[in-house]
Design a protein around this ligand. Structure first.
Ligand SMILES: Cc1cc2nc3c(=O)[nH]c(=O)nc-3n(C[C@H](O)[C@H](O)[C@H](O)COP(=O)(O)O)c2cc1C
Length: 319
């Protein structure tokens, strides 16, 4: 059994998505919740609160993620999350977004080793729960990785989830897995695993890997973790039934325009599953109401061929 975690993807893998995915597909051991970003008042946005409320995560093995550079904020949130019943937490040191890095958070903190140490000192001395880290391998350059590792080594990191790109690389080019050898922590590899073959190749390249975190590839082919772990592939019926449950739950949760907007975004990923993914998106483009969306989506599910073992297509997401 390969240990597979669902990556946090803000705006994509919200609690409705995670819950419905859990009902329809197997193979995922943990679902990471998109980040909570605490402020001094420790109040959260509606999105953040809804994402962690236990009643929204029933039956889903979920791990909250915290984005901060302030140990006191981390500890206050971690006490609250511990009271809510969570068993572990994750620290975000990977987010490449300019608004986040400008505040010295996410991968922005990787440029400030002293601040990073102070944060980790506070967290690992006092956190009520085990804490894993999700990190990039540097801000500007891969040469920063050796120093970062030497810092991380000093703490009892529960699991180290590494996206082996620098912040400046965002999601461009290819990752640098060769820098993830001989790590002193349980190591979860993240980045560009879009098929069972990608996963096998990475196990060969990095035998020290204890598991994988999958993001875009697992949204595009929601059966990917299940394919890797039991061989059960995606078919038209399983994709359609997943789609229908998501659509129904978003309509129950959000106003029509927001629910249809969310389904548009998800279809940008799911279009990777169709033989003519670009045509699928062209047909959908103008649909804004439920009626228009349904008139576009259902003929497509009926008429378009589903690819065997589909994998994520960046060109469709960006189209
Ligand atoms: C739309 C989007 C939202 C994301 N949100 C988060 C987040 O909230 N926290 C986080 O640690 N990473 C976030 N990520 C990064 C993913 O967790 C993951 O590291 C990245 O997609 C690379 O993995 P992949 O190649 O398997 O997709 C996000 C990525 C995307 C594309």
């Amino acid at each position: 059994m390969t240990k597979i975690y669902f990556a946090p993807m803000e705006g994509v893998t919200d609690y409705v998505f995670r819950r419905v995915h859990r009902r329809h597909f197997g193979g995922v051991e943990k679902y990471f919740i998109p980040f909570l970003s605490p402020t001094h008042s420790l109040t959260f946005s509606t999105r953040e609160r809804n994402d962690v409320l236990p009643q929204n995560n029933t039956g889903v093995p979920a791990v909250p993620q915290i984005l901060t550079n302030n140990p006191d904020y981390f500890l206050s949130v971690s006490n609250w999350l511990s009271d809510l019943g969570y068993a572990e937490l994750n620290l975000n040191l990977g987010c490449p977004s300019g608004t986040v890095t400008a505040k010295k958070k996410g991968s922005g903190l990787l440029r400030y080793p002293d601040m990073l140490r102070a944060l980790l000192d506070g967290i690992y001395a006092h956190s009520p729960l085990p804490v894993s880290i999700k990190t990039r391998i540097g801000y500007e350059s891969t040469e920063e990785w050796a120093q970062l590792i030497s810092i991380y080594k000093q703490y009892p990191v529960h699991e180290m989830i590494i996206h082996p790109r620098t912040r400046m690389e965002f999601y461009n080019g290819t990752p640098h897995p060769e820098l993830c050898r001989e790590l002193p922590f349980p190591f979860i590899y993240n980045g560009d695993i879009f098929s069972g073959e990608d996963c096998e190749a990475m196990i060969k390249e990095l035998p020290c890997t204890t598991g994988f975190m999958l993001g875009r590839g697992l949204v595009a082919n929601p059966a990917l973790a299940q394919v890797i772990n039991s061989g059960e592939e995606l078919c038209r019926e399983s994709l359609l039934s997943f789609h229908d449950d998501l659509y129904r739950e978003y309509l129950e949760t959000w106003p029509e325009s927001a629910a249809v907007g969310k389904m548009h975004l998800l279809m940008k990923y799911f279009s990777s599953c169709f033989e003519n993914g670009d045509k699928v998106l062209r047909v959908l483009r103008k649909a804004t109401t439920c009626e228009e969306y349904e008139n576009a989506v259902y003929p497509m599910f009926r008429d378009q061929l589903i690819r065997s073992n589909p994998s994520f297509r960046l060109d469709l997401l960006l189209s």
